[in-house]
Design a protein around this ligand. Structure first.
Ligand SMILES: [Zn+2]
Length: 313
């Protein structure tokens, strides 16, 4: 009896069937791993780029991602502001708006002094805050430095007004054109906002509103910033600590000289490290002026400002 050998073709068919069976089993195992709703879990890594997905893949929902990218908004409590006036096309600073677009001011009482301190905070500021607290005197700080956010927060907690001054304080840059002014202003504004959560409403031009660096631009700047609802404050009394008065005695003398016969005073001083005695100076000035019947208030966007005389446009 001869044993008939199966044809080679049959072996190939069995092999192919086995292979198909293994593939089928593998597919079944994969199906059993899916979640109950049958959707595949998409995991997005933090640095996943759009190119990681083929065009056929649906865009994954952010809620499916185990890694949520932090919101890029670094500032608290953005209050939407109605756009007022901007001369800048496609305004790059839509958040830069104050709250006094109609420039309406409260009537000030006479014999009122608004102490203002520019270019701080500094190492001199904590002692100054102590004196203001002891004397129950609110004041106004036009901010330059972003090195001392804790001091800035303390000044705000103490009830003082914070205003924008500058970020660079470089006159040639600040007054180069409208864009450079707004860029510098925006950085200072955001420094205050991010340190305190407070959005400033008032500002002081570096060098005052009228100076030799901005004559080509000042009308446009005023129109732009008042259109945005900000109020700027110059001064009518100064300690001359940024110019001729270098000592405690000279600065007190200047303050008292300019204060003569004025019933409404916005006094300029600088709380920088160049003025280590500013706390004592302010205490003495407060005592003298209280004896003369003056009261002290902080500036705001509702306080009628003192402005320098503008040049002819
Ligand atoms: Zn300044």
């Amino acid at each position: 009896m001869t044993h008939k050998t199966p044809p080679r073709k049959l072996y190939w068919m069995i092999a192919v069937l086995l292979l198909l069976f293994v593939c089928f089993l593998t597919a079944m195992v994969q199906c059993l791993k899916l979640p109950p709703n049958g959707e595949a879990v998409t995991v997005i890594s933090a640095d996943a780029s759009p190119h990681a997905h083929t065009p056929e893949e649906p865009t994954p929902e952010p809620s499916l991602s185990p890694v949520q990218t932090p919101s890029p908004t670094p500032f608290p409590t953005a209050e939407p502001k109605e756009l007022l006036v901007s001369s800048i096309p496609d305004d790059p600073y839509p958040e830069l708006y104050g709250d006094n677009p109609n420039q309406e001011f409260d009537v000030s009482e006479e014999y009122t002094i608004y102490l203002t301190f520019d270019d701080g905070p500094s190492g001199s500021t904590p002692a100054l805050l102590d004196v203001l607290r002891e004397e129950c005197v609110p004041a106004t700080f036009f901010i330059l430095e972003d090195k001392y956010p804790e001091i800035l927060r303390q000044a705000y907690k103490d009830g003082h007004t914070l205003g924008v001054h500058s970020d660079s304080h470089t006159y040639q840059y600040v007054y180069w054109n409208m864009e450079s002014f707004l860029a510098d202003f925006s950085r200072s504004y955001h420094n205050i906002w991010s340190a305190t959560g407070y959005r400033p409403r008032i500002f002081r031009f570096p060098g005052g509103s009228v100076n030799s660096y901005n004559r080509h631009l000042i009308w446009d700047l005023v129109t732009e910033m008042e259109g945005r609802g900000f109020v700027y404050h110059d001064w009518n009394v100064t300690s001359e600590d940024a110019s001729s008065a270098k000592t405690y005695e000279e600065q007190l003398e200047a303050l008292l000289k300019y204060s003569e016969k004025k019933t409404r005073i916005i006094a300029l001083m600088h709380d920088t490290d160049k003025n280590p005695w500013i706390a004592d100076l302010v205490r003495e000035y407060i005592h003298i002026m209280k004896d003369r019947g003056y009261r002290f208030e902080a500036l705001s966007s509702r306080v009628e400002p003192i402005h320098f005389t503008m040049p002819t446009p």
